[in-house]
Write a protein that binds this ligand. Structure first.
Ligand code: FFO
Ligand code: GTP
Ligand code: MG
Length: 436
């Protein structure tokens, strides 16, 4: 490291790709106000925009005319003094102002995620809220946005804090019991209300964990595999849903070999659609490998679209599949429980989309989930394990029960980053954009 410290004043372009209509530069740290004054000659009143000419502090050359805002700490996004410069979004304009800022003492360009890291260090955001912010920036679908908003605005943090308070009150009861433990029945009596509290907490924690797969699924997107016999029209459907010629379509059975992925948004959910090789016995080694991959991926998919141009039922492994009878423009009947589809006329496309959307709603729900990341789930699972142990029989050793409760508290603290988070933060912030 180059002697960077947390007391440096950092700056970065926080808005997106240039050229743009407007570019927002953010500064955070003790010299932010001084820097604004050095460039614009004025410091607007707190949280008010002022239109001003910006000059290079050394040469006096006018670099741009823009808006200057000043957010004195601690009432700012980072908790430090923050200045924003809203410039014309030209590459050279931004480069010139960044150069001017870099020439000022005590100022340096920000690292990726460094504004957010400071907001966390100053108690503006806990770890779960930082994860929510990362998810919000990454969100591509409505469901992802709603879930990230809930996380970023502290929904999980508040629940975990509530559970923590419950654990601490149970701990107080247990400790009172331990203090009087020479009076045999006092320990017994005092453990009971503590156990009642622990039981209630365990139910709530368990419900949140049971719901976690849903949150992770919304965040990562739903995997939907298209499977069926060769030549059924699987690749044709993929292309139709993707709105482009992503997969090769041909009248030759056995055209698709590799698994092809297309990412799209269906009914507000992120969906990864898989096109796979037609399932059949084959002597062709390459095609056989394609069939093996098709089965492997379809078996672990969140949903399977079973396509058949003859209305053949899916094998038992795909009993839950959405069944589609293809090529209905060529006649024939649509079996019960099948959707009739023609990728030539477009008939049935809407029905297929509706069926996927219904399955997505079943798997992802409508309400945002509390737990959305594997890290959060693992920390909560840890808490649940200690809680279960705390509820078990300790052969009258209430101090051991108390210790299990303390471990559960610690696991909850890890969930929201009250303890042991430096390495998690390092990993997380390395995925952030510069300027965030
Ligand atoms: N121009 C601009 N827009 C932006 C951001 C920004 O930094 N700049 N944000 C960047 O992510 C988001 C908004 N985040 C912000 C978070 C907190 C505060 C803030 O001033 N907090 C104070 C006062 C709160 C209040 O008055 O309610 C505080 O927490 O004490 C400002 C922006 C989205 N839009
Ligand atoms: N008439 C008609 N032909 C279709 C329809 N859908 C696909 N086809 C044709 O059926 C043939 C096979 O289509 P594909 O989409 O390549 O079928 P596939 O299931 O991906 O086949 P494999 O990759 O070999 O397993 C092509 O000639 C398509 O043009 C349809 O709805 N109606
Ligand atoms: Mg194909």
């Amino acid at each position: 490291m180059s002697g960077e410290t947390a007391s440096d004043t950092i700056f970065a372009l926080s808005s997106g790709r240039l050229p743009a209509g407007v570019a927002v530069l953010r500064l955070s740290g003790p010299e932010a106000g001084v820097a604004a004054l050095a460039l614009s000659g004025t410091l607007p009143p707190p949280r008010m925009a002022r239109y001003a000419a910006l000059h290079h502090p050394a040469t006096g050359e006018e670099l741009d005319r823009g808006l200057v805002l000043f957010f004195p700490g601690p009432a700012s996004a980072t908790g430090e003094d923050v200045v924003e410069l809203h410039l014309h979004g030209g590459r050279a304009v931004v480069a010139a102002v960044l150069r001017a800022l870099g020439s000022l003492p005590g100022l340096r360009p920000a690292d990726a995620g460094e504004f957010t890291r400071r907001a966390h260090a100053n108690g503006k955001l806990d770890l779960a809220e930082v994860e929510g912010l990362a998810d919000l920036i990454a969100a591509e679908t409505e469901a992802q946005r709603r879930q990230a908003m809930a996380l970023a605005s502290g929904t999980l943090s508040r629940r975990v804090t509530g559970w923590r308070e419950g654990l601490v009150s149970a701990l107080a009861l247990l400790e009172a019991g331990i203090d009087f433990s020479d009076e045999a029945d006092v320990a017994e009596d005092v453990a009971r209300p503590a156990l009642d509290i622990l039981g209630g907490l365990h139910r709530e924690l368990f419900a949140a964990l049971a719901d976690a797969a849903r949150g992770e699924r919304v965040r990562d997107g739903l995997v939907v595999a298209i499977a069926g016999p060769p030549n059924a029209g699987k690749s044709s459907l993929l292309n139709r849903l993707a709105g482009r010629d992503a997969a090769i379509v041909s009248p030759v059975a056995g055209t698709t070999r590799d698994v092809l992925e297309v990412h799209l948004e269906l009914a507000g959910q992120a969906v990864t659609l898989l096109d796979t090789a037609g399932l059949r016995q084959t002597a062709d080694a390459v095609e056989a490998e394609g069939v093996r991959r098709a089965l492997a991926r379809a078996e672990v998919a969140d949903a399977v679209l079973w396509l058949s141009d003859e209305g053949t039922s899916p094998p038992a492994a795909f009993a839950a599949a959405i069944c589609v009878r293809t090529k209905i423009d060529q006649g024939g009947t649509v079996p019960d429980g099948f959707i009739g589809l023609s990728t030539v006329t477009g008939d049935g496309i809407e029905d297929v989309v509706t069926a996927i959307a219904a399955r997505a709603e079943l798997l992802c729900g409508r309400e945002p989930a509390l737990v959305t990341r594997e890290r959060q789930r693992l920390a909560l699972e840890d808490a649940a394990r200690h809680l279960e142990r705390a509820m078990g029989d300790h052969g009258g050793h209430e101090e051991l029960r108390a210790e299990d409760v303390r471990l559960a508290v610690r696991a909850l603290d890890q969930t929201i980053g009250r303890v042991d988070v430096e390495d998690v933060l390092d990993r997380l912030f390395s995925t952030f954009c510069i300027g965030k």
